[in-house]
Ligand binder design. Structure first.
Ligand SMILES: Cc1cc2nc3c(=O)[nH]c(=O)nc-3n(C[C@H](O)[C@H](O)[C@H](O)COP(=O)(O)OP(=O)(O)OC[C@H]3O[C@@H](n4cnc5c(N)ncnc54)[C@H](O)[C@@H]3O)c2cc1C
Ligand code: FES
Length: 355
């Protein structure tokens, strides 16, 4: 059998040689045919890199060019902010090499799927409204040969859900933790006129089937010693962060942990029972809800999670690792609020962009 590396070397004869290096130092040599993007070339060589839309809108395939020339095909500005582009960050689904290229991947080699992205079927076991325009969706995977009900994934990862027979496939982060019961849990914000949102509003019900692509994605907990971990969520951006703190509770990880959940108004608040359950099990975990435009009866914190994090950082001794997830403006606001205090290499984020 031809190895990935051999396939890459053989193909290099016909295109531009590309070296991809993961954060744990694994090197992958591939070749890009003229006009081909790096994501596609890696997939052809048998390596599925974290990605979703493959069209420059979601930002899931971002990486940094270390050396070499390339062209960036058109992409959504929110998926690759200008200040990141000028620093050499790219979207691999839009990156076409002009010569030899060396790229740093911001994740470990375990996040590369060498057998391709797993595809399985799941059945809806629960669909309930948990806040305004926000639902909790639960799926149970169908038993699958040797895999059985194996549902292992890293906290922070997402799957793409596809409605059979309809051309609708969207990325959603997993809110639960890996398990052997085939269970997948999601929190989904229903968008006006959204295709998948419309399916959930109008047609989805218990017993309906969905096609599940994944788990995949690079977002996740990083091992950086016993630094405190702070989690900052905007709306359903809570999903992957809930998975992370649940994982910490299951493994009794000793890092002090703090979570900030930001919503626009009180009817948007959800997930409190789940966060209380984590607080009961995980010593040193606390959370705070920030309501941007509170009503008169709200007794908690008013304002954005970016304000809350900035205020908390000013009172702090140990500088934490920061995990941020939610809509791009909120992720960017928190990133700006912590810049200059928390080193960039300790700030990790997932932006919920259109897929
Ligand atoms: C890695 C990743 C993980 C994600 N995880 C979650 C999750 O756990 N929960 C969740 O609620 N969403 C999540 N999303 C967003 C999700 O994939 C869809 O984009 C979103 O649910 C809208 O899908 P739709 O089919 O209903 O709308 P579409 O038919 O795609 O779009 C309808 C309208 O809504 C706008 N729109 C679409 N997506 C967004 C967005 N994200 N923000 C603002 N406007 C948008 C479009 O511009 C369009 O005008 C994630 C996105 C990514 C990239
Ligand atoms: S996969 Fe490249 S931006 Fe979405």
């Amino acid at each position: 059998m031809t190895s990935i590396a051999e396939a890459g070397v053989a193909a290099a004869a016909q295109g531009h040689a590309v070296t991809l290096t993961t954060s744990d130092g694994e090197r992958l040599e591939i070749a890009c045919a003229p006009g081909q993007n790096v994501l596609e070339a890696a997939r052809e060589a048998g390596a599925a890199l974290p990605s979703s839309c493959r069209s420059g809108t979601c930002g899931s395939c971002h990486a940094s060019v270390l050396d070499g020339g390339y062209e960036l095909e058109s992409y959504a500005a929110a998926a690759l902010p200008e200040e990141r582009r000028v620093r050499g960050e790219v979207l691999l689904c839009r990156t076409v090499p002009c010569g030899p290229l060396s790229v740093a991947l911001p994740y470990e080699s375990s996040r590369i799927l060498y057998g391709g992205i797993p595809v399985r079927e799941g059945v809806i076991t629960a669909l309930e409204e948990v806040a305004r325009e926000t639902v909790r969706l639960e799926l149970r995977l169908e038993e699958d040969g040797e895999a059985g009900l194996d549902c292992q994934f890293e906290p922070g990862q997402f799957v793409e859900l596809e409605v059979p027979g309809e051309e609708v496939k969207r990325a959603y982060s997993l809110a639960n933790t890996g398990n052997w019961e085939g269970l997948l849990e999601f929190y989904i914000r229903l968008r006006p006129d959204g295709a998948f949102s419309g399916y959930l509003r109008e047609r989805a019900q218990a017993g309906a089937r969905l096609i599940v692509h994944g788990p995949q994605g690079a977002f996740g907990l990083r091992e950086t010693g016993l630094r405190p971990r702070w989690f900052v969520a905007g709306g359903t951006g809570l999903a992957p962060l809930l998975s992370m703190v649940r994982h910490m509770a299951e493994w009794q990880e000793p890092h002090p942990a703090r979570l900030f959940l930001g919503v626009n108004e009180e009817p948007d608040v959800f997930g409190l029972a789940e966060l209380d359950a984590v607080a009961d099990e995980l010593p040193g975990f606390e959370y705070e809800v920030c309501v941007w435009r509170p009503g008169e009866s709200w007794s908690g914190r008013s304002g954005t999670p970016a304000d809350a994090v900035a205020a908390a950082l000013s009172e702090l001794g140990d500088i934490p690792d920061i995990y941020i997830c939610g809509p791009p403006p909120m992720v960017d606001a928190v990133t700006r609020a912590v810049a200059g205090i928390v080193p960039e290499e300790h700030v990790f984020h997932e932006r919920f962009l259109a897929t």
